[in-house]
Design a protein around this ligand. Structure first.
Ligand code: BGC
Length: 757
């Protein structure tokens, strides 16, 4: 085999030294390999099957192994562990004619075995270094275990909490999501994709997947280009600028053409306008699903996808089985297939797989680095930063480690539920449960009593759908009343009640859309019964989406939203509940008053009839039955400290296009605890050639402020921050009046005006 690579090197060097050769050494290597390939071998590289159930031993005789041997596979996913991956790689590099190594992909979404908070939760940290580190650690673990490609980051902006996959994204905001995009790509890919501890990122799902009609997964999207360019595209674009190696096409259609075969999207926007030069993979059976979309039969949709710019087919095998015929029938050219293959080979070269196909297969590294104590400690810290304190009447939190604490609720005593959706590599049964975290934190200083209190949902069928993939909550057979009575009896013996309620891990995530955003009735009844004991109640709330918490906000004295915090969340919850860590998370989605307000987001347009003054006003843009206000606005989150903001100061009131405007504000911690505050800068453009949002996030800083201390927080505004895509989709800043608005959430801001000349 060594001889083969030596030969390849000689061919490549010869290619590089040719007269007038301007190609990079990498391109030349790709070219020389392409020159050796038959049409079928090129088509084979475009095929990405799921390895699914294959484990060591079974692989050799499997269908997939035969396909690999015949050069019909470019990569595999859904396969874990060095031994299994090495076995597959060996088939490719020892048995296939050209010995081209495989890519090994996986959905490493929020950590590998050391699981970090779900992306929506992590986004609430507003801490870009932390986000980057989480991706770095995920890459370190995954690459040690054989993986070289992750289907992450997911950059689908979503303003619809009904959509289950809102949990996998970074919330509703364009600017914040674009910053996270860059941090994630940097974290996965590092500075050197060829290093053995970095992996290639795959930005998904391109595009607009988070805007599915009615929040129903896989549903149609339809949107103006103005909105795409200004609101939904920038995070994907930021990932291209950060050097993301690959993209995944989304399931949905855009302008009537499924993204998977949408030439405007994949080629004109992504490649030509943004300069993306990596490869594009379909989503799972995204190619064959175009038959159901009504675009044609398998041969037609496969040819359309490649002609549109798609390079790799996840699972459908439409490309594998029909492209030769399409070439023969003149429906597509061999050149188009060569280009797709070129992009995939280039990725393999960039990852260094052609130099060492086993570079990611190192059992010693896997043993030392996967799920290491150091990584788990980082995951625990990240979890504490993702929690959002929504309410804390009379400073109930932090709790003291004394007396008797009743821990009650269907999610309190379960490890499997902690990591949340898309945690495929997790060791579910080893996660720290809330009960375990709280118990080990108090040690002998307080007594913890426990009761389950209720099932997750009154409807067993819904509960089952919310606890799939090994995340069962082991439904209790007792009646709701029996469980509740037991909980009340136990709670009465305690000084304080911690109610651990909310969603099951698979209540959000793929194909987990809902039409009700309220806590299940049985859990609401439990909370009512606990409140009736007269003891102080702290709700620790698990969720993967913004919920409707109107009743909870009105009735429960303290609410700590913990999302799905990952493998270490149980300890992290204890850190925050007992005050070892002061919570600092801020919401990255708006929490509505009811599902009828959806989509509800802070960066909305003003309309011609905005509600100014109190609700209700006839013939203004509002509802008869509920105000326009959310329960919790974007950017909101409390702390054990208390921060007050001084006036917003500007370095000047008029700026020229080339100027930089400095914005400063004094923030004082008037509380008793030291803590971190996320200071947020919003901009309003008062008059435009097209209508502009009432405010848009344009900067944020997370600052640590000691009790009693004042810090001056500074931002810089450039013309870039004032620019947008106009009606003709040109990036412009239009002169006129602007506001700079600064505060600790999107609602409570201080404002100053300035003019752009
Ligand atoms: C999801 C993707 C995921 C892929 C591979 C699909 O169902 O939409 O996000 O990367 O499966 O597991």
């Amino acid at each position: 085999m060594k001889f083969f690579y030596l030969l390849l090197l000689v061919v490549v060097l010869a290619a590089c030294s040719g007269p007038g050769q301007k190609k990079s050494a990498l391109d030349a290597r790709v070219d020389s390999l392409l020159n050796l390939m038959t049409l079928d071998e090129k088509i084979g590289q475009l095929n990405l099957p799921s390895a699914g159930q294959f484990t060591t031993g079974a692989a050799e005789n499997s269908d997939i192994a035969k396909k690999i041997e015949q050069g019909q596979v470019g990569g595999l996913f859904n396969i874990k562990r060095v031994a299994a991956i090495r076995e597959m790689q060996q088939i490719a590099v020892e048995k296939s004619r050209l010995k081209i190594p495989l890519l090994f992909g996986m959905d490493v979404i929020h950590g590998y075995e050391s699981v970090f908070p779900i992306p929506l939760g992590l986004s609430c940290s507003w801490d870009m270094e932390l986000v980057e580190r989480s991706a770095r650690i995920a890459a370190t673990e995954a690459s040690a275990d054989g993986i070289n490609w992750t289907f992450s980051p997911m950059l689908d902006l979503s303003r619809d909490p009904r959509w289950g996959r809102i949990s996998e994204g970074n919330g509703e905001d364009t600017y914040l999501s674009a910053q996270i995009a860059k941090a994630m790509v940097r974290g996965y890919q590092g500075n050197d994709l060829a290093a053995n501890n970095t992996i290639m990122s795959c930005v998904k799902h391109f595009a607009l997947y988070g805007a599915a009609e009615a929040g129903r997964d896989y549903n149609t999207t339809d949107m103006s280009r103005y909105r795409m360019y200004n609101e939904y595209f920038p995070p994907y674009h930021a990932a291209v600028e950060a050097g993301a190696g690959s993209f995944m096409a989304s399931f949905n259609e855009i302008d009537g053409i499924p993204a998977t075969a949408n030439k405007w999207l994949l080629t004109d926007v992504l490649r030509k306008q943004w300069g993306f030069n990596g490869f594009i993979v379909s989503d799972y059976t995204g190619v064959s699903e175009m038959i159901a979309h009504g675009i044609g039969d398998l041969q037609t949709v496969s040819a359309k996808a490649v002609a549109a710019g798609l390079d790799m087919d996840m699972v459908s095998e439409g490309l594998l089985t029909t492209l030769r015929k399409s070439v023969e029938e003149g429906k597509i050219t061999e050149q188009q297939i060569t280009e797709a293959c070129r992009r995939i080979l280039k990725a393999k070269f960039q990852l260094g797989l052609l130099d060492d196909p086993y570079k990611y297969c190192n059992e010693d590294r896997a043993k030392a680095e996967v799920y290491s104590a150091a990584h788990r400690a980082e995951a625990r810290k990240a979890a504490t930063e993702s929690f959002v304190l929504l309410k804390n009447d009379n400073s109930i939190l932090p709790l003291q480690k004394k007396g008797t604490i009743a821990v009650v609720g269907p999610l309190a005593n379960n490890r499997e539920n902690m990591t949340g959706t898309w945690s495929v590599a997790a060791r579910f049964s080893e996660s720290v449960s809330v009960l375990e975290g709280l118990t080990s934190a108090v040690g002998a200083t307080a007594k913890i009593v426990y009761a389950r209190g209720s099932n997750l949902h009154e409807d067993a069928a819904i509960e089952e759908r919310a606890t799939l993939f090994g995340k069962s909550l082991n439904r209790d057979k007792r009646t709701a009343e029996e469980m509740r009575n037991e909980a009340v009896r136990i709670a009465r013996t305690a000084d304080v009640i911690v109610a651990v309620v909310g969603e099951g891990a698979e209540m959000t995530g793929e194909a987990s859309s809902v039409t009700s955003l309220e806590l299940p009735q049985t859990q609401r009844e439990l909370l009512k019964a606990l409140l009736q004991t007269g003891k102080p109640v702290v709700a620790v709330l698990f969720t993967g989406r913004p919920l409707v918490l109107k009743w909870e906000q009105e009735n429960v004295p303290a609410i700590l939203n913990v999302w799905f915090g990952g493998s270490e969340a149980g300890d992290a919850i204890a850190d925050v509940v007992f005050g070892a860590v002061n919570p600092s998370g801020k919401l990255t989605t708006t929490f509505p008053q009811n599902v009828g307000q959806v989509p509800l987001y802070y960066a909305h347009k003003n309309t011609g009839r905005p509600l100014s003054g109190p609700w209700f006003q006839k013939f203004q843009s509002n509802y008869i039955d509920v105000s326009n206000e959310p329960v919790y606005p974007f950017g909101f989150g409390l702390s054990y400290a208390a921060f007050i903001y001084g006036d917003v100061k500007l370095s000047k009131s008029t700026m020229a296009a080339s100027d930089k405007l400095k914005v400063t504000v004094d923030v004082t911690n008037v509380g008793k605890y030291d803590g971190a505050e996320v200071v947020q800068l919003y901009i309003r453009d008062w008059v435009g050639s097209v209508t502009r949002p009432v405010k848009e996030l344009k900067g944020f800083k997370k600052v640590w402020i000691k009790a009693g201390e004042t810090k001056t927080v500074a931002f810089e505004i450039t013309t870039q921050d004032l620019s947008f895509y106009n009606y003709d989709l040109q990036w412009v800043a239009e002169p006129g009046e602007f506001s700079a608005l600064v505060g600790g959430n999107s609602r409570d801001v201080k404002e100053t005006k300035f003019t752009l000349q």
